[in-house]
Design a binder for this molecule. Structure first.
Ligand code: MLT
Length: 410
């Protein structure tokens, strides 16, 4: 009989958002008349931009004619999309990226989960806490968890609190680490780092040889000037960082699936005997073996995000969501709750009143006002006593949710 990877068995039974879905579905079955407002998972609600839809239609037409039909594309992605990414996401910010450094994928989540396959299980991984659960769970699957302690924390993972008490600015690790996951604008807290703060991390990585895996999935929501959109805006980052981007929230692609990863040619790790191995070649080997690329139609859709019309329409949607974010943030503050984020990110992070634990408060919100959030502790131990709300709902639902909060005697 085949042997399983027992690392999977040490994980909690369900992925965070599956656990929430399970609870919500049970509640819905028991209370079919309850009008639920979903502010849990960060899933967009506005339809795709017209420029994107038009590009997809055009691509479908091409696929219907033998002369323009496309079969397998390049595993790394089509040049037409890679060139646009380089020009608009990077060159316009003074960052040089080469086409061979960009890998188009079916989204940031897959790449963030799969990248661990390049690394030995002996690596010490550091995460900010609370954190997007994919980083921790996928490292546990790869054998880098080391079992949990009494507090529920993974023994071999270094947790870097990112909490109100430190202004959501994590401190550099106190012990040596090999791989550091950073996500800014941050999921789940909605907070950001300024350039000088991010530079501290790049300098640390250059000094110690650590690798930074930088998740920039929410960069399109940045409104403030001094917040970097890419880690490669920081000098030297091309020697120590890999960046992950997504069209999910930028352009409403959560259902379409497209993202990309930038693996600079200079970034390296080493073998047990100290030989330097460049990660770009390794990731290329991994992708060409295990991945057959993103569909032509999807990549044409992503290309249209960079057209003048596409950018204008996507920005309009982002502005709509960020107005929701302001409504949520102001509404919570008005109730006397401590709320963070929602300025450069579509997430609002708030402290529960009287330190009610996250899951209790989640249950009460669901049962008493029929609003779904995400319990902070689901993102890590430092999230206990907090909840996350998303701004991705409709305006009507967002306003209605805040009205329900205001008239709720917690
Ligand atoms: C979230 O709610 O944290 C995100 O939607 C998850 C994701 O992007 O996979």
């Amino acid at each position: 009989m085949a042997l399983v990877n027992e690392c999977f068995l040490s994980l909690p039974g369900n992925y965070l958002f599956s656990e929430i879905n399970k609870k919500v579905n049970t509640f819905s079955l028991q209370h079919p008349d309850a009008k639920l407002i979903r502010m849990g998972i960060g899933d967009v609600t506005k339809p795709l931009a017209k420029a994107v839809i038009d590009a997809m239609h055009q691509a479908v037409v091409e696929m219907s004619d033998a002369k323009t039909f496309r079969g397998y594309g390049p595993e790394q992605g089509y040049r037409f999309l890679i060139e646009k990414i380089i020009e608009i996401d990077f060159r316009s910010r003074g960052v040089t990226v080469q086409p061979e450094e960009v890998f188009i994928s079916d989204g940031c989540k897959s790449d963030m989960g799969n990248i661990g396959g390049l690394f030995a299980k002996e690596n010490v991984v550091a995460v900010t806490d609370p954190v997007y659960p994919v980083y921790v769970d996928s490292n546990v699957m790869d054998g880098r968890g080391g079992g949990t302690s009494a507090s529920g924390m993974w023994k071999n993972i270094v947790y870097l609190p990112c909490i109100k008490e430190n202004d959501f600015i994590p401190a550099l690790p106190e012990k040596p680490v090999d791989i550091i996951y950073l996500c800014f604008p941050n999921n789940p807290t909605g907070t950001t780092l300024t350039k000088p703060e991010l530079k501290k991390w790049v300098d640390y990585a250059l000094e110690t040889g650590a690798l930074i895996l930088f998740d920039a999935a929410y960069e399109a929501f940045i409104a403030e000037e001094d917040v970097p959109h890419s880690i490669f805006e920081i000098e030297g980052a091309e020697n120590c960082a890999i960046e992950f981007r997504s069209f999910s929230k930028t352009a409403g692609f959560t259902g379409i699936r497209c993202g990309y990863t930038v693996v600079p040619k200079k970034v390296a790790a080493r073998t047990g005997t100290g030989k330097k191995i460049f990660l770009n070649a390794l990731w290329n080997r991994r992708q060409t073996t295990k991945f057959n690329g993103v569909s032509y139609i999807t990549q044409r859709a992503a290309e249209a995000v960079y057209s003048d019309e596409g950018m204008r329409q996507c920005k309009e949607n982002i502005a709509y969501y960020m107005k929701n974010a302001a409504i949520v943030r102001d509404g919570l503050k008005h109730m006397g709750l401590e709320a963070f984020g929602g300025i450069n990110a579509p997430y609002i992070w708030f402290k529960t009143p009287e330190n009610i634990d996250s899951w209790t408060f989640f249950d009460r919100m669901l049962k008493e006002i029929h609003v779904i959030g995400t319990p902070g502790v689901g993102f890590g131990p430092s999230g206990e006593g907090c909840l996350r709300l998303t701004a991705f709902g409709s305006r009507e639902d967002t306003v209605a949710a805040m009205e329900r909060f205001q008239s709720w005697s917690i």
